[in-house]
Design a protein around this ligand. Structure first.
Ligand code: PTJ
Length: 257
């Protein structure tokens, strides 16, 4: 029987330690890759530099991402091993709010891991999970992330791709899709290329994205279009880098008081 290390809520690094436990549990149960532990460590480092908060630029990106998902004709959400470990329930809630399927898509693909993630999502209440029987592939990619499902990511006009740095973002854009990334690294290839880059921890970003989707879903389309028209992703990334600088300056000054 697997046991999670008990972490007292009073611990100053509580949220970060709980996230570690979740990813470690994902590895033990076989739905997260061992490489996922390293990806989590990289994310933690950027989160530390950002001050472990949803910054103003990330909040603007979350709002724009929600508007883009609501304006889409066929949005799709991609789930990998780290996403499953950290926010499976929250992803099910987002997919339910948008009434769309979730699609398992892995870089370190094994059919066993795909099935375990799909089962986990169904256990958390997902009604429609794709990815177990991919029937096509995204052109221009020569690894397993290319595998896609018709009716899911392959036919989507907007795709949410959390926690992946690589060439799929560019390949999806080349297919004419718009891409929303969730990535704590504002300098990653994916963050730089995506239509909307949410530079925030997925643990904070996904519940807020779902909340924005719920709030914006009653608004007229012209309001959603206005949010998107006023959004500038380069400005958002520059904002994230500035927010890191400001946070570091503040911390450094505190330390030298
Ligand atoms: O399950 P698989 O086989 O598809 O593999 C998943 C991983 C994440 C291992 C794979 O996609 C990978 O290697 O990703 P990278 O190239 O390490 O990129 C992951 C990105 O997500 C990095 O830029 C990290 O900074 C970022 N990241 C990591 N943890 C978080 C995060 N961003 C937001 N929230 C996090 N908790």
């Amino acid at each position: 029987m697997l046991t999670l290390t008990e972490i007292p809520k009073s611990h100053p690094r509580y949220a970060s330690l709980v996230a570690r436990e979740r990813v470690a549990e994902g590895v033990k149960k076989g739905y997260t890759s061992t490489q996922g532990l390293i990806a989590q460590g990289r994310g933690e480092c950027f989160d530390y530099l950002l001050g472990e908060r949803t910054t103003a630029s990330a909040a603007a990106a979350i709002r724009a991402g929600a508007a883009l998902l609501l304006l889409a004709e066929r949005p799709a959400i991609s789930v990998n091993g780290n996403v499953a470990a950290l926010v499976s329930e929250e992803m099910v809630a987002l997919a339910a709010a948008l009434k769309i399927p979730l699609e398992v898509n892995l870089f370190h693909r094994s059919e066993e891991r795909v099935k375990k993630i799909a089962d986990l999502l169904r256990e958390k209440g997902a009604e429609d999970v794709l990815g177990e029987r991919p029937d096509t592939s995204v052109p221009g990619l020569d690894h397993a992330r290319a595998l896609a499902t018709r009716g899911g990511i392959y036919d989507a006009d907007v795709v949410l791709i959390p926690l992946e740095d690589g060439d799929r973002c560019e390949a999806l854009l080349a297919m004419g899709k718009r891409v929303i990334a969730i990535d704590l690294n504002p300098l990653s290839r994916t963050a730089k290329k995506a239509t909307v880059s949410i530079v925030d921890n997925i643990l904070r970003a996904v519940p807020q994205l779902t909340e924005e989707v719920r709030q914006l879903s009653n608004k007229p389309l012209s309001d959603l279009e206005k949010i998107l028209n006023e959004y500038d992703n380069q400005e958002t990334l520059a904002g994230a880098v500035q927010e890191i600088r400001d946070h570091l300056d503040e911390q450094f000054r505190k330390g030298s008081d």
